[in-house]
Ligand binder design. Structure first.
Ligand SMILES: N[C@@H](CCC(=O)N[C@@H](CS)C(=O)NCC(=O)O)C(=O)O
Length: 124
């Protein structure tokens, strides 16, 4: 069983909504962490490079990828309240549904707005 001790780093981009998921979960649990601004191609982390997406959370000598996995991991490794993932099966699948809905239906709008914003900055 993994233990809660060990330094925590979140490797990702500050504006990435998936990186924010991991950071929000760590903040809910009041876990100290370092945000390492990194992209998969930066070569800073082998797991980040192999997963081809950020965030990756490094906890001691372990690396965890995929934001929802990271949230579940955080909730289990620091099991004290407030809990993040509902223990009730129906509430849990409902939470997963909305997390998936947000990713599939809403986040592409965020991506578009970020692209437009960077294009405007490039043109400026
Ligand atoms: N399913 C992944 C999605 C993560 C994702 O799409 N991250 C974007 C940044 S917001 C990414 O890494 N894109 C590839 C890249 O930046 O090279 C998760 O939940 O962690």
């Amino acid at each position: 069983m993994a233990k809660s001790d060990g330094k925590v780093k979140v490797m990702g981009r500050w504006h990435c909504p998936f990186t924010m998921r991991a950071r929000i979960a760590l903040n809910i649990k009041s876990v100290n962490y370092e945000l390492v601004e990194a992209r998969p191609w930066d070569g800073q982390s082998q797991v980040l490079h192999e997963s081809k997406s950020n965030p990756v959370m490094v906890h001691g000598d372990k690396s965890i990828c995929e934001s929802l996995n990271i949230v579940e991991y955080i909730d289990e490794i620091w099991p004290y309240a407030p809990s993040i993932v509902p223990s009730d099966p129906l509430e849990r699948v409902t939470a997963r549904f909305w997390a998936g809905y947000l990713k599939d239906q809403v986040l592409h709008i965020y991506d578009l707005s970020m692209q437009t914003h960077s294009q405007q900055l490039d043109e400026f």
